[in-house]
Write a protein that binds this ligand. Structure first.
Ligand SMILES: [Zn+2]
Length: 411
């Protein structure tokens, strides 16, 4: 853990990683939150997300993603893990260049100056004995070999860019059959890549997994030898104590995405249990309902306090800084030598002013008090991408974003 340090009127932090992002979903902010008739759920939100996913072109994906990444950078993020599942044309036919949409997202992140790990998602079905339907056809591949070829092709194509990594992802135990899970994990190990999967975000997924396999999702992942120090369980929400132990024994990560989990009514992961068992924690801005890494980090502890009706439950400021920084970087395949990534906060920001200059005082000030308003400068690989609180590409990215919304008929 690298603590913040004070330099004049700046508080200087190492780089910050958002380990779980679906950048195109930025377009859903303030378009899916309003009540429409009956009570909403994750599944009703998913229907709205699918409507957007069904329509977007490669140009739309670039424009929506670039603006999401520009905003993320302006909020202090330097590296993003993009859990990318939009691959094919609306009828499921691959583009002439199978990597067109992955490349659009990578280009968007690089244009915004962020490091990106493109987590190429394997998706093959709507559920047990259920072929993909509607928007899911854009996500799906007939076999795991096609996905692995794309992962290798993406790695080769971007080998010359030090700001790009590629990783493996299984969408979830709902969308990927049992026999494919171990194959994907084996490929991740062979290529020394991270492997991510959505895990137990919703209780329905657990019921379906039990009905199909007689196992809960983490039990299934353990049986298929998926769990290790490269594995990132995204959400890890509805776990039994022994499932937290399985993740902990493997030194796996849990990517906690509290602002999205709150927005979608997902439930509360037991971060205290996960950390006690040895699992590592990182954070993600997921649907970009909110883009603030400081809010993501403190929510991990504050939401635990609400559940426990106690203070100091899951993680202190040092642990949350590690989740934002070094652990987050490792979870998306960076090695911790990215020391030329920096985030500078204004020590005179009203939320930070008067902070103790001790290392503990600065850590507490950042985690419990900082907001994107305090972000002055962001550097990635030594290049300044945010200056005086504004992203250097903001105006152009905003124009592209608004044009994409108009093309989609929602601008
Ligand atoms: Zn997700």
């Amino acid at each position: 853990m690298t603590r913040p340090r004070l330099d004049g009127d700046r508080i200087i932090l190492p780089g910050i990683a958002s380990t779980h992002s679906h950048a195109f979903q930025r377009a859903l902010r303030a378009r899916t939150q309003r009540r429409s008739g009956a009570r909403g759920s994750f599944w009703s939100w998913r229907g709205l997300m699918y409507e957007l996913a069904r329509q977007v072109t490669p140009e739309d994906v670039f424009d929506l993603s670039r603006f999401a990444f520009v905003e993320l950078a302006a909020c202090g993020v330097t590296a993003v893990g993009e859990f990318h599942y939009l691959h094919h044309q609306p009828d499921g036919t691959p583009y002439d260049d199978r990597l067109a949409l992955s490349d659009a997202v990578i280009a968007a992140a690089r244009d915004a100056g962020l490091r990106i790990t493109l987590l190429r998602v394997h998706y093959e079905r709507a559920g047990r004995d259920a072929p993909p339907v509607g928007a899911q056809r854009r996500f799906s591949d007939a076999d795991v070999a096609s996905t692995l070829r794309d992962i290798e092709a993406l790695s080769a194509r971007h080998a010359g860019d030090d700001g790009v990594r590629v990783g493996v992802a299984a969408h979830s135990v709902r969308a990927v059959q049992r026999s494919s899970l171990g194959v994907l994990a084996g490929a991740a190990r062979a290529h020394r890549m991270p492997m991510h999967a959505h895990v137990s975000e919703q209780r329905r997924e657990i019921r379906e997994c039990l009905a199909e396999h007689g196992l809960r999702p983490v039990e299934l992942l353990a049986e298929e030898a998926v769990l290790d120090g490269r594995f990132v369980a995204v959400h890890a929400t509805h776990l039994r104590p022994h499932e937290a132990r399985l993740l902990g024994q493997a030194r796996a990560f849990a990517s906690v995405c509290r602002t999205t989990e709150r927005d979608l009514g997902d439930g509360l992961p037991d971060v205290h249990a996960l950390r006690r068992e040895g699992a590592r924690i990182c954070l993600g801005t997921d649907s970009h309902a909110v883009s603030c890494p400081f809010e993501e980090s403190r929510a991990i502890e504050l939401d635990e306090r609400t559940r426990a009706e106690a203070r100091h439950v899951a993680a202190d400021a040092d642990a949350l800084l590690s989740a934002m920084g070094a652990d987050g970087y490792e979870a998306i395949g960076w090695d911790g030598r990215e020391t030329d990534d920096e985030v500078h906060l204004d020590a005179l920001d009203p939320a930070l002013v008067g902070t103790s200059a001790s290392p503990e005082g600065l850590a507490d000030a950042v985690v419990w008090g900082a907001s994107p308003r305090a972000v002055r400068t962001v550097r990635v690989a030594g290049r300044t991408i945010v200056e005086d609180g504004r992203h250097v590409r903001e105006a152009e990215a905003r124009r592209g974003y608004l044009a994409a919304l108009r093309r989609l008929g929602i601008g």
